[in-house]
Design a protein around this ligand. Structure first.
Ligand code: PMV
Length: 305
């Protein structure tokens, strides 16, 4: 029996989340936390992950079940065995659902010869995320498929920076439709005080534009400074929490170039940019978070064997 093994990365927002909803510039990056899947022809459908072993099951494995259904209209798939293993914390704003979707689609595409290219994988992945979640931005699936640092909305690739990233998970705030709730909160704030809040959103967009320049010149001090300003503005939009702030300040006090929320906020994760990842990780753990040391990666979805 042949087997296709693929992995796909998670992502962070270097700059610009929330303001991107209003068409402003943002910068998202693939990080080297990966979801690995193996796809093997079989008599029945068997999906195996840490959550359990099922067949097509939209309650337990909604993304993978959708992947199989969508690919069935593109290739003949009678039975398949799919095994999932992941480094990416779930529902933490790191794009875990996009990574599993992109990796499974890629594995099915290879094993059953559906002939999709990466652009198709990214857009089909976005379609699946939208159907499962009700709404989804195309950023997660695009970045997980293509890898690297991507300037949104134009999807321009810029060179990857080598500096280490430490992600700090607050392990809090994980609720159903968290992103939708936080996006709605910002919209309400904007509707109530447009004259005061729109300049904050504009400023986040300008930070991302300036961020592109300093990323291109690998100026870590300036990237860190802009991350810190971006974090303050996200706090101003009401998406920060005390636990996120504690991890952000712990990382800065430990000497990080900068630290900010990544993604929707309201709990979830922050990250720091640093050349001393062990020290920053220890500070995040001392402040009660779970630290993950990683780096930005050029590699999107890739075949492992
Ligand atoms: O927390 P995440 O990774 O789902 O990111 C949400 C990013 C927002 O800008 C808040 C919303 C969006 O769809 O762009």
């Amino acid at each position: 029996m042949t087997m296709a093994v693929f992995s796909a990365p998670g992502k962070i927002y270097l700059f610009g989340e929330h303001a991107v909803v209003y068409g402003k510039t943002a910068i998202a990056c693939a990080v080297n936390l990966r979801t690995r899947v193996s796809v093997e022809r079989s008599d029945d459908v068997v999906i195996r992950s840490v959550i359990g072993t099922t067949g097509i099951d939209h309650a337990v494995h909604p993304y993978i079940s959708k992947c199989i259904e969508k690919m069935r209209s593109r290739a003949e798939i009678r039975g398949v065995k799919i095994d999932i293993e992941s480094d990416i914390p779930v529902s933490a704003g790191l794009g875990s659902s996009a990574a599993v979707t992109v990796a499974v689609l890629s594995g099915l595409n290879e094993e059953f010869g559906a002939g999709l290219d990466k652009m198709h994988i990214a857009s089909l992945g976005h379609e699946i995320e939208t159907e499962v979640q009700g709404a989804a931005s195309p950023t997660d699936t695009y970045v997980s498929t293509m890898g690297g640092i991507v300037v949104i909305p134009g999807k321009k690739r810029i060179p990857v920076i080598g500096c280490r990233i430490v992600i700090g998970n607050t392990n809090s705030g994980v609720t159903e439709k968290k992103t939708a709730r936080l996006v709605a909160g910002v919209r309400e704030l904007l509707a109530n005080s447009p004259g005061e809040v729109m300049p904050v959103i504009d400023a986040i967009g300008r930070i991302a534009e300036a961020g592109e320049r300093v990323v291109n010149s690998c100026d870590y001090v300036s990237i860190g400074r802009l991350m810190n300003v971006n974090h303050g503005l996200l706090d101003a939009l009401g998406v920060g929490t005390a636990r996120l702030a504690e991890l952000v300040y712990a990382a800065r006090d430990a000497g990080a170039f900068g630290a900010k929320i990544t993604g929707a906020g309201g709990g979830g994760c922050m990250f720091a940019l640093t050349d001393d990842p062990q020290k920053v990780a220890a500070a995040i753990e001392d402040a009660g978070g779970t630290a993950i040391v990683t780096r930005i990666t050029e590699d999107g979805v890739r075949q492992e064997c």
